[in-house]
Design a protein around this ligand. Structure first.
Ligand SMILES: Nc1ncnc2c1ncn2[C@@H]1O[C@H](COP(=O)(O)OP(=O)(O)OP(=O)(O)O)[C@@H](O)[C@H]1O
Ligand SMILES: Cc1ncc(COP(=O)(O)O)c(N)n1
Length: 310
C-alpha cells in the first residue's frame, strides 16, 4: 500500500521504502517500537550526513563501529574521524594506540571540506592533544549540532580518557556542544562529586551546563530501578525514563545512545524529541541485545529493522 510517496518493500519484508525519485524521508511515526520503524530513502542526494569522532572498538560493540551501525539504523549517512584504535572485545581492552593529533585534524578537514555533516557525535578522545585538535577543527569549520559523550572508562574498567585530560575535555569541548551525555561516573568526574541519586543528577546537569554546553543529559543507566536519565537545558528538567532491562549485554549503550541523538538531530527533530527517540531506540537495542562473545555482549543496533526471516 503506497502512501505519501512510499512503496512497499519489493522483497515484501514488512519494510516500507520510498518511491523512486521521492524526496520524502522520515522515520515511521505510526510504527510501534516492536515493529519495523525505519523507512529508507534511496532517492540519492537527500540523505542526511552524520559524523562520529571516536575510538575504534575492534569487537564492534562500542565506539566508531557502534556509531556507524546506529547511523545506518536511522537511515543517515555515517562518516568517521578515528581518534584511537583499541584492541577490544566483550571481555576487555587489550591495548590502545592513539592516532596523531595531526591525523585527527586531517580526517576532520577531509570531511568538513567535502561532506559537511548535519550533526556530529564525539566519543572517546583519549588525550589532551587530540582534544585540543578536535576543538580547533570544530571552531575552524564552525561546527554546530555537536553531541558530546564524555567517554572516560570502559565498562570493563580501562581508561579511555587519560585522567589528566579530564580538565581539557571540560575546557575545550563542552562549550562547543549542543548536548553533553555523561553517565553517573563521568558526571561525577566533571563536577568533582559522587553522583548517587536523581537530585545529584540534577545538580550535576546544572553545573555541567555552566561549563558552556547548551544542554546536558545525565544518564542513569548505572543506577537501580527504572533506567532514568535527567535532561536539563537551562530552563527545564525532564526525566526520561524506560523500564530497566535485566541483561548483562550492555556493551556500547552510551555510544549507541549519543549516536542516535545525533542521527535524530540530523533528521530534523528538536533536541528533546531527538533524545526521546534515542531513548526508545537504545531501550530496544538493549532489550534485543546480543549474547555473543564471552563477556559483556553488545546491543542490537538493527533490532528495529526486519531484513530477512531465517
Ligand atoms: N539495563 C538497562 N535497561 C534499560 N536502559 C538502560 C540499561 N542500561 C543503560 N540504559 C540506558 O542506556 C542509555 C546509556 O546509559 P549508560 O548509563 O549505560 O551509558 P554509559 O555508561 O555511558 O554507556 P557506556 O558504558 O556504553 O559508555 C541511557 O539512556 C540509560 O538509561
Ligand atoms: C572505543 C570505545 N569507545 C567507547 C567505549 C565505551 O563503551 P563501554 O562503556 O560500553 O565499554 C568503549 N568501550 N570503546
Amino acid at each position: 500500500m503506497a502512501e505519501r510517496g512510499f512503496v512497499p518493500d519489493p522483497l515484501n519484508l514488512n519494510r516500507v521504502m520510498p518511491a523512486q525519485g521521492s524526496t520524502f524521508y522520515e522515520v515511521c511515526k505510526k510504527c510501534s517500537p516492536e515493529q519495523v520503524s525505519i523507512i529508507y530513502y534511496f532517492g540519492g542526494g537527500h540523505m542526511k550526513l552524520v559524523l562520529t569522532i571516536a575510538g575504534s572498538d575492534s569487537g564492534g560493540g562500542a565506539g566508531i563501529q557502534a556509531d556507524l551501525k546506529t547511523f545506518s539504523a536511522h537511515g543517515v549517512y555515517g562518516m568517521s574521524v578515528i581518534t584511537s584504535i583499541t584492541a577490544q572485545n566483550t571481555m576487555g581492552v587489550l591495548g590502545i594506540e592513539d592516532v596523531s593529533p595531526d591525523m585527527v585534524y586531517l580526517q576532520m578537514k577531509a570531511i568538513f571540506e567535502d561532506l559537511y555533516p548535519d550533526a556530529v557525535k564525539i566519543g572517546m578522545v583519549s588525550n589532551e592533544d587530540i582534544i585540543k585538535m578536535i576543538a580547533k577543527g570544530l571552531k575552524d569549520y564552525n561546527v554546530k549540532n555537536v553531541v558530546l559523550d564524555p567517554v572516560m572508562i570502559s565498562k570493563s574498567g580501562s581508561y579511555l580518557l587519560k585522567p589528566e585530560a579530564v580538565e581539557a575535555l571540560k575546557k575545550e569541548l563542552i562549550s562547543l556542544s549542543l548536548v553533553v551525555t555523561p553517565n553517573l561516573m563521568e558526571a561525577g568526574e566533571l563536577i568533582g562529586k559522587e553522583i548517587k541519586n536523581i537530585s545529584d543528577m540534577k545538580e550535576a546537569a546544572k553545573k555541567i551546563l555552566d561549563f558552556g554546553a547548551k544542554a546536558v543529559i545525565v544518564k542513569g543507566g548505572h543506577l537501580t530501578g527504572d533506567a532514568l536519565d535527567v535532561f536539563y537545558d537551562g530552563k527545564e528538567f525532564y526525566e526520561i525514563t524506560s523500564e530497566r532491562i535485566d541483561t548483562k549485554n550492555t556493551h556500547g549503550t552510551g555510544c549507541t545512545f549519543s549516536s542516535a541523538i545525533a542521527a535524530n538531530i540530523a533528521l530534523g527533530y528538536d533536541l528533546v524529541e531527538s533524545i526521546k527517540r534515542a531513548k526508545a531506540y537504545i531501550t530496544g537495542a538493549i532489550k534485543h541485545s546480543l549474547a555473543i562473545g564471552h563477556g559483556v555482549g553488545p546491543t542490537n543496533h538493527f533490532w528495529n529493522i526486519k531484513i530477512r526471516e531465517v
